[in-house]
Design a protein around this ligand. Structure first.
Ligand SMILES: *Cc1c(COP(=O)(O)O)cnc(C)c1O
Length: 398
């Protein structure tokens, strides 16, 4: 009998009841704008910022409209502007070079290793070309952050972390987003918490926090924040910083607060699924597991493996066979960007230069989402399907 999988790869869990209740309360009182508060009232958004700052251990936190907005705001706060260069990953998704383009800057792409992390040797050779690195922990893979920070500090390159896939993860005990100068997170439906759209920016730097708050469209209401620097830090900044609106609203914040409260448990549930998948995919000829370093604590909301040096036809065949059995795999090697996959060389506006070493790896990356609506049994079934189809195509190839 041929087994098929019938679950949905894009179906997240529902919003927790406490979030639904809190959202209804906001809808009933109607004060959705974060600064629309009654005397003595603390807004859902301000409370969320305080709670997220406590969770990651940052001094300051700003909730914003999206992860992409958080990254562009971080770059603006650091003074990146028109014509500047920003180092970033060749293996990432479109909002990352998009945030660089949003401030009129130009990405310099850094290669990817077989561990699916940024190539630190390539980075080292390019550190003299920019003052900022927008580091994407793409698909949750964290590089040797100790080496990266030592290198960047020595070269005086500021690090902005894109933690869209690493909210809740850590390297050597340091939460993802807390090693660099600024950490950015996404609360978009397909990430680790879900408010449809949304994001966070965290930092310990009072000047950068104040600038980011002004940039997000604070008017002169920054005193209504609970995870902001003292108002005297805003003294000059409030006159010198343009308003580029991108605030979060109280409805989204109300939905998110219970999710942050439950977050550690959700991370564990993701990892239960991830490690069931990883175990199920071991020892398949031709399929390379991405081994996770000891220093890395992950949140396994997606899984990747490599079909390294396979022909294009063979990879396409694996993806098609799995799809016909209900398993949706994404391939990062496709020449044409499809849905959420894309490659550095499809961002023509960024004038990418060819990176043959990275191309070899990108051509082998197969990626799968792991929503929490999957059970452990679902994960085991999925691995049986992938094993069978990868093996069948591999045998036929050799
Ligand atoms: C989703 C995502 C972001 C941020 O996305 P928004 O949709 O703007 O919240 C940033 N980086 C990566 C790698 C992402 O996948």
């Amino acid at each position: 009998m041929t087994e098929n999988f019938t679950g949905s790869f894009t179906q997240q869990e529902s919003i927790p009841e406490a979030g639904i209740e809190a959202a209804l309360a906001v809808l009933r009182h109607g004060r959705l704008h974060r600064y629309n508060t009654n005397a003595g009232e603390l807004s859902e958004t301000a409370l969320l910022e305080q709670e997220f700052a406590a969770y990651v251990g940052s001094k300051y936190c700003l909730a914003v409209a999206s992860g992409g907005y958080a990254m562009a705001t971080a770059l603006r706060a650091l003074g990146v502007g028109h014509g500047d260069k920003v180092l970033s990953n060749a293996f990432t998704l479109a909002p990352v070079p998009g945030a660089i383009a949003a401030v009129g800057a130009q990405p310099i792409f850094v290669g990817v290793t077989e561990a699916l992390t940024i190539d630190l040797d390539d980075l080292e050779s390019k550190l003299d070309q920019a003052d900022v690195l927008l580091l994407s922990h793409m698909r949750g893979h964290i590089c040797d952050m100790d080496r990266l920070m030592t290198m960047c500090d020595a070269a005086n390159v500021k690090v902005v972390e894109d933690c869209a896939h690493t909210m809740g993860a850590s390297w050597n005990g340091v939460p993802s987003g807390r090693a660099g100068t600024i950490g950015c997170y996404s609360c978009q439906t397909y990430k680790h918490v879900n408010s449809g759209e949304g994001g966070f920016l965290v930092t310990d730097d009072p000047i950068l926090a104040a600038k980011s708050i002004m940039l997000s469209g604070s008017y002169m209401l920054f005193e209504r924040h609970l995870a902001a620097p003292d108002s005297d830090v805003f003294k000059d900044i409030k006159y010198e910083t343009p308003n580029i609106s991108g605030r979060m609203d109280n409805l989204r914040a109300a939905i998110l607060r219970p999710q942050i409260a439950d977050f550690a448990m959700q991370c564990q549930r993701w990892n239960d699924r991830y490690y069931a998948l990883e175990t199920g995919l071991r020892d398949v000829a031709g399929l390379k597991i991405i081994e996770r370093p000891e220093e890395e604590v992950i949140v396994g909301s997606s899984i990747q493996f490599l079909l390294l040096d396979w022909s294009e036809e063979a990879v396409v065949e694996v993806v098609a066979r799995c799809k016909s059995r209900g398993v949706e795999l994404k391939w990062f090697g496709a020449a044409e960007p499809a849905a959420f996959t894309s490659r550095y060389d499809s961002w023509h506006y960024a004038n990418p230069v060819n990176m043959p070493k990275s191309d070899r790896i990108l051509q082998g990356i197969v990626d799968m989402r792991v929503p929490l609506t999957f059970s452990i049994e679902d994960c085991k079934l999925i691995t049986r399907i992938i094993r069978a189809e990868v093996s069948a195509v591999y045998q036929a190839q050799i």
